[in-house]
Design a protein around this ligand. Structure first.
Ligand code: FES
Ligand code: FES
Length: 183
């Protein structure tokens, strides 16, 4: 005769309370405005930008460093803000897509995307704009190949990239023209 299974009638053990996360204080300048905040050490920079500062122009696409939708400029370098903890930005200066336009005027990169139809659904656009902006600060006279290589870490599922590349080349030309006017 098969033996009966023993039923454990003991009360389930109470679950241990999750440890309280220690908060870290950070100071960051974003689009020229100084912010101080206390954040969990595990908070990603992109979530700090969007959820704490409310700057939702920076998008989250993949959260794994692949799509580039979260690209911002940190201390002059283009970074994927889903790949960085907010605490790593302590003391840094950050530019997001909200900081590109000045005095109500679109930045030439934004204007060129508008004029050359460099977007469709627009989800990748903030990251594309920031990467294009950074690319043109590094190389004001890029070839088409330079632009394609420079944007290769930013994915777009809509446009096929051609119009984006045309927009960046047009922005480069426009920005060179502006610099000549200033001289
Ligand atoms: S959300 Fe950061 S690279 Fe995709
Ligand atoms: S415009 Fe839709 S993902 Fe690029």
């Amino acid at each position: 005769m098969p033996r009966k299974k023993r039923v454990d009638r003991r009360k389930p053990r109470a679950k241990a309370a999750p440890p309280t996360a220690q908060l870290a204080k950070i100071n960051v300048k974003v689009n020229g405005v100084q912010y101080s905040a206390e954040v969990e050490p595990r908070m990603l920079l992109v979530h700090f930008i969007r959820d704490v500062l409310g700057l939702t122009g920076t998008h989250v696409g993949c959260d794994t460093g692949n799509c580039g939708a979260c690209t911002v400029i940190m201390d002059g370098k283009s970074v994927k803000s889903c790949n960085i903890f907010a605490v790593q930005a302590d003391g840094a200066e950050i530019l997001t897509v909200e900081g590109l336009a000045r005095d109500g005027e679109l930045h030439p990169v934004q204007q060129a995307f508008w004029e050359h139809h460099g977007l469709q659904c627009g989800f990748c656009t903030p990251g594309m704009l920031m990467q294009a902006y950074w690319l043109l600060t590094q190389n004001p006279s890029p070839t088409e190949e330079d632009v394609r290589r420079g944007l290769s870490g930013n994915l777009c599922r809509c446009t096929g990239y051609q119009k984006i590349v045309e927009a960046v080349l047009a922005a480069a030309e426009q920005m060179r023209g502006q610099q000549q006017e200033v001289r």
